[in-house]
Ligand binder design. Sequence first.
Ligand code: ADP
Length: 619
Amino acid sequence: MRRLADLPLGWKLHGAFALVVLILLALSGVALETVAANQREAAAVERTERVIGQANAALSSLVDMETGFRGYLIAGQSDYLEPYTSGRTRFELQMARLIRETADDPAQVARWQEIERGAMAWEAQTVEPAIAQRRTAGPDAPIPPDVVARIRDGDGKAQFDRVRLLFDQAIADQQATLAARTGEAADANARLRTTLAVGSALGVLLALALAAALSRDVVRAVGQLAAAAGRVAGGHLDERVGLRRGDEIGRAAAAVDRMADELRQLIGERDRILASVGDGIVRLDAEGGVQFANAAAARMLGYEVDELIGQPFWEVVQRGSEGVFWRRDGTTFQVELTSAPVLEGERVVGAVVDFRDVSEREQLRAEQVARTGAEVALRERNDVLAAVSHDLKTPLTSVRGISQLLARRLTIGDPPTREEVLEWAARIQDASARMTRLLDDLLDASRLQAGHALDLRPVPTDLAELAARLASECQRQSSAHNVRVECTAKRAIGYWDSARLERVVANLLSNAVKYSPDGGEVVVRVRSEDVGDRAWAVLSILDHGVGIPAADLPHLFEPYFRAGNVAGAIPGHGLGLAGARRIVEQHGGAIDVESVEGFGSTFTVRLPMDASAVPATAA
Ligand code: ADP
């Protein structure tokens, strides 16, 4: 036998409704049947009433006949017979109607026929002989005494009384039948009321019982299913509905349980994956509270996973600069992170943050950069050494050439003239001065690189004389250029480190020549200038050479910097200007440049002429 829980829901619901409908139909059937019976009873009652009425009318006609008959006997006038004859006609008609009316009741019909026969016998044996006798006696004669006797107490009266008695009995019987039928109709009504009341009560009780059974069977099960599904949805993945039923609810419950199994498996899988990845992964709600954190996140931050849940993530981990996370113990680590919003439709409902500790990597990178920097520095130094060696070769070659020339001339007995010797000596001096300057530049550069200031040795120095001397030295070295000096200074004497100042001017001059490869004019100007209560000596060196690209101008005085238009094309080491600026600035002065690429450059040096501006020995 199948349990109720195993029957399909449709069967159960349809069955319950069908049962209720059947009860209602049965009740209606009973009511209809009772109403029909009542109607039949009512028709029978009506007919009985009609029969009683007609019986009474026939009896009344019989009485009229007897009254007319007596009147005629007394009066002897034929007029007095009229009630008798009309009563007789009515009586016959009424008796025929009574017989028709009760034709379905043979006993009743027999009774009416007996009455009819009695009346006929009274008429034939009593009435008609008496009327004949009276007619024979004539209207004015007194009533014959035997007629009187027959009417008063003879057989005639007895005959009539018997007919009348039969009538009375028949009417009484009909009335008894009427009473019985009326009682039955009332009983039937009462039965109908009872049947309806009991039937309705039974129907209601049955409907309630069905509702209770269905409710226990269906509603409770559905509630159980909904509650378990709600708990699973709320994250209690071990919850199961556990309904063992064969109907649709049972199947839905089994499906929910299967879904919960799969969900638990999926989430387990997800958690295992998230636990095994090295990156920290946290899921934040819209306010930044931690909803989920994987093991790596907790490990990196120094918390247990449970301790992180609900914490305001950014406040906990990011207390200062971006890119740095704080651990629970107050230490920090460099972090690289990505944050992706979690969307529901268009609404941002949270974020997933993926982060990793990059301290080690950054450390390695910094070491790499330092290594690379050191390598670059080494390479630059090698480049500089190569460039300086190259620069040294030129004056050395010139000294060697002069000495070889001198030796050959002396060997072949053609000693040089005094002028020649003086010129060669000047060239040797120039070369050694250039070499000295070059080596001094190098020394200064390495001092500066080591973080030491220059050790200035200020002496009274005439900038105009210094510039003129170096310009003529420059002119001697390059016949392709025209080096011109314009001096407008009334006084250009300052308290400066003349050897270093010489290097500054020589550098600017050699640059002007070197970076004007096609020759041309180089102008050296020396002037003085008063700004406020201070006097300045101003030297500018102008050329019409390659000029300097605008983008390179800001870096021009940086050590080892060479402009893009000359690097690789014209030899150099990028030390001259950096050293010059250092020297000029340490004198309290300034050096700057104006240049247009392809048109030439003007370098200007300003030096204070008052001795107080120069520190005797720089710090
Ligand atoms: P070097 O001349 O040995 O390269 P410097 O320090 O003297 O080093 O000059 C730095 C750079 O400035 C040069 O490489 C060059 O690009 C630029 N420069 C200096 N003077 C001139 C000039 N007169 N005309 C064009 N460029 C110049």
